[in-house]
Write a protein that binds this ligand. Sequence first.
Ligand SMILES: [Zn+2]
Length: 390
Amino acid sequence: MSGHYVVLSRKYRPKNLDDLIGQEVMAQFIRTCLNENKVPHAFLFHGIRGIGKTTTARILARCLSCVGNNDPSRPTSSPCGTCKSCIAIDNDNHMDVMEFDAASRTGVDDIREIVESTQYVPVLGKSKIFIIDEVHMLSKSAFNALLKTLEEPPPHVKFIFATTELSKVPETVLSRCMTFQLNPIPTAKLAEHVLDIANKEGFTMEAEAAEIVATESGGSVRDALSMLDQIIMLSYKEGSITSDTVIKTIGGARQCDVDAILDFVITGNPSDATQLTEHVIASGCAPFTLFSSLQSTLYKRITEHVRKRDKKLSNLLYLWQILLKQTENMKSAEHPEHVLIAAIVILAHTASFPKIEDLMIKDQPTADNSYNLVQKILARFPGSDVSEIG
Ligand SMILES: [Zn+2]
């Protein structure tokens, strides 16, 4: 490897609405606004980090500024990519597109500067665009300074805000924006994207390896691609990416181990379940990562049972509830591995609980078989005196 390495999230940053993955509904909405030339003067994109908020903001800026299309009075939903405006945006030096990070420029003076510059007409493109990232970080006085301009901006001015914390954006600002929530990218879709980029970079990649990366990144494209950056660094010699390499790089768990732990749990074998869990953690997998993998694997099994209309579902749902309740404990625990092991033990013991399906009565309920049901339930618990009933 020689020269300057461009990180994958930058190299493969989407440049058009069509390239955005997992945000099809929003993309279609924006496309319609642009094609109908009914573009609001302020947009706000919110959602977790790394799912494309600022990327969408830049794509929108591109659509609003492109001068390569025939009608100069209208925006376009498919910017040409070759005009001076498109090129300037790609090179981050467009004179009419200003990007601010509210995390570092939170003060009222910064906003006054923006407000002042809205008076000048665009130099290169059709609009003057202000992208404010992490807009919730602006101070109260900064928001107030912005409000009047946001209410009645000059016709050539567009504001595009992005935030990870919508609840911290004042209602007065929200009510003046067209708001879009960006969703975490579904695992299967993200895995496909990771695999595609690995191939474009000249690597073969096991499907399971891509799936681990996608699961680990929690639906964030940026996190998935920075993981892939690291994995690629370690895979240059081999030219191929295996799930073992991924696990070594990110400290994940092998799917076969996760499946085996879950099988031990379901068959009521706490001893083997905890032993394997300890082994996986000792091999370098972070407890929370293993916990998340167990959760997503259990989720997959539940959906498979639902699809097959399998009636023996209640036990899995019960396990799911127990795992879900441990999420916060896992996050806040000083020793998350202890919480995980304890959860595994509890889960494995639930296998000996009576299952709802076993207790169901096939015929119509009558006083007689209701009595049988109560007896049946009580008989499962040691020490209960069945003769007292009735
Ligand atoms: Zn263009």
